[in-house]
Write a protein that binds this ligand. Sequence first.
Ligand SMILES: [Zn+2]
Length: 328
Amino acid sequence: MADFKDITGHEQIVKSLKESIKNNMVSHAYIFCGLKGSGKKLVADAFAKVLNCRNMQNEEGCGKCHSCIQFESRNNPDVFYVKATKTKSISVDDIREQVIEKVKTKPYSYNYKIFIIDKADTLTVQAQNALLKTLEEPPKYVVIMLLSQSMESFLPTVLSRCVVMKLRPISAHKIKEYMIKLGFNETNARFYSQYCGGSIGEAIRLSKDEDFYTMRQDVINCLIKLDSLDTASVMLMAKDIEKYKLYPELFDIMYMFYRDVLCYKVLKDEERIIEKDKTEDIKKQAKLLDEKAVSKRLEAILNVKKQIKQNTPFQLSAEVLFINMKEN
Ligand SMILES: [Zn+2]
């Protein structure tokens, strides 16, 4: 389980949480908002650990006291992970049973009673209203942390009583360094860091997803074949990749491939190629296509990403994309 010092990125958030501890200004309610895998749980856990640590050092949990040890084994009697129990949403009953009932009594052993509510964007309106009373008049020993992928589902009354901290995407470079520390080789670390949208959790998830790997192979093979196919075959290819339409990275893969082609064409430096395992294919494409054609392909891919967002049917968009790319 992470301490503040182990968290990659989010420096401002960590700094401000540490300051609040140092200055005795800890709030009663926080919203940590960030995409899936962005590190919300790590930040909340590190914060919870230090808040109840009995031997805090430089605003870090000591890892040795009774509280830290209990926390590490998920047995700290004053830290509660609130979950939906009956449906996918966190209901008013969940909040009553798992928060409101428990808030009434003082912490068992430590300074704070801490409630970490993951997937807080699934709190129903009734559940939020139930929580509101605690947010309005929190006992001094209560800290509530709401972890959420977006802000839209929160009632304004809830939002106004929470300190909101937004976890920004982490740079690909930092993610790469972090993955190398975890034991990934440089090539893989660099590769997944480019596809994860700034989220370490997502980078790690992708690295374990064999379907992602197969999809990428297929998509890049399509691009390699593209110029040798007639229109009918291109249409078939567009139909064939429809099976990957739920992968948000699909067009990023195409973009990254031509980005490497362009980069190699201009700089003639193999070192700058991100998709190292495709180096030979990238060099071949760089020979085959002129600079203008590659730029146009990149532009066409960006356009199709926009169209898909506006709900243009996938297969149609893919057909138009391939045909446009072939014409260039
Ligand atoms: Zn401790």
